[in-house]
Design a protein. Structure first.
Length: 360
């Protein structure tokens, strides 16, 4: 907050049911703290309470991606500068302890010291819709995989006649065949004195139910794929047009950047966000040394890797570049790292960047 001579800075420790706020002046003196309900009325009350202490320079919020998402949107719409505070001051926590008041105060002090400067994602536009659909799809894919693994295990342990009938079938054919199985009876208690028939009836019913679950999840995933494809193509048509960037990868880049992609200063900052910016590792007489970055959004990093591999196989300019760099003595892994950095620049330039709405 260099250059500021007046005003206050807020800090908020967010939770599911309550938010604890603290406010300090531009010299770091604590002016007060208070707890508010985590609902619409509580957010409005918190906003008014902050303004009652003077002009609000900024508000640091922990958990803007979860419990603090609604509060961050409310304060931003009220014209306040919201800063994302990712990690509390560990030294202060060891010295002073842990409480909601202390965490809120440390969030405000992180903004004052400029150790927290990140602008949180707005989570209020089409990209947030893409994110929610993708999360739902990932959950459905995981459940579908689990359903088939259980079905396959039950099938292997089924009575020999039923197993021999099903074991040679392909995956989708197996599911459809199991969905059409008809147990001898729906009330398995009727066969309690007939173990062999009970075993067969239980196996058929279990396989049928698992197959119906798999088919329902498969239908859900296909519907989500259509919705995601339409939303991504309308939101970022230039991104989808890039070579090797499909709907799935474009959706990942949109989620990484957020609805307010203008918060990312330049393509170098986006590369660092994706974990493809080299990290300096010089010390003493060892200068000019860099190491591989392990930070950033690993899902976006994985998407860049997939694009690089695709272009190395099917994109003629990339194949030419690969041959030239190989002749210069670079390894395949080093060339892929260079390609990922170049692709990150292309992706950043293709991202939709609506201008920020001026505060009221």
């Amino acid at each position: 907050m260099a250059g500021q001579v007046d005003g206050v800075i807020g800090g908020v420790d967010t939770h599911k049911h309550t938010h604890h706020a603290a406010v300090i002046d531009h010299n770091g003196q604590l002016l007060g703290d208070r707890e508010f309900r985590a609902d619409a009325a509580g957010e409005s009350e918190l906003c008014d309470w902050l303004r009652a202490h003077g002009p609000v320079l900024a508000v640091g919020i922990e958990g803007t991606g979860l419990y603090g998402a609604g509060l961050a949107r409310h304060l931003s719409s009220a014209g306040m500068r919201v800063v994302e505070v990712n990690r509390p001051n560990r030294g202060a926590r060891r010295a002073q302890g842990k409480s909601d008041r202390l965490d809120a105060e440390q969030a405000a002090r992180a903004v004052l010291a400029a150790t927290a400067t990140a602008v949180p994602k707005s989570r209020s536009g089409p990209v947030e819709g893409v994110r929610m659909l993708r999360v739902t799809r990932a959950s459905a894919v995981k459940a579908r995989t689990q359903a088939f693994l259980v079905l396959h295990g039950i099938m292997i342990g089924s009575p020999t006649a039923l197993r021999d009938e099903l074991v040679k079938l392909s995956k989708r054919t197996l599911v459809k065949r199991c969905a059409g199985l008809r147990p001898e009876t729906e009330d398995l208690g009727e066969l309690i004195e007939k173990p062999e028939r009970l075993h067969l009836a239980a196996a058929k019913r279990t396989l049928r139910d698992l197959a119906h679950r798999w088919l329902a999840l498969d239908t859900e995933i296909k519907a989500l794929d259509r919705q995601i494809k339409a939303l991504v193509e309308r939101t970022a048509p230039q991104l989808v047009d890039l070579f090797g960037v499909g709907t799935e990868l474009a959706g990942q880049f949109l989620v990484t950047a957020g609805d307010n992609a203008h918060r990312i200063r330049n393509e170098a900052a986006f590369a660092k966000l994706c974990g493809v910016a080299p990290q300096p590792a010089s010390s003493g007489r060892t200068t000019g040394r860099h190491r591989l970055s392990r930070s950033g959004d690993r899902a976006a990093n994985s998407a860049l890797y997939i694009i690089a591999i695709t272009r190395m196989r099917h994109h003629e300019p990339t194949r030419t570049y690969f041959a030239r760099r190989t002749a210069q003595g670079l390894t395949k892994r080093e060339i892929i790292r260079c390609l990922k950095r170049y692709i990150a620049r292309e992706v950043f330039n293709a991202l939709p960047t609506p201008q920020p709405t001026p505060p009221p």
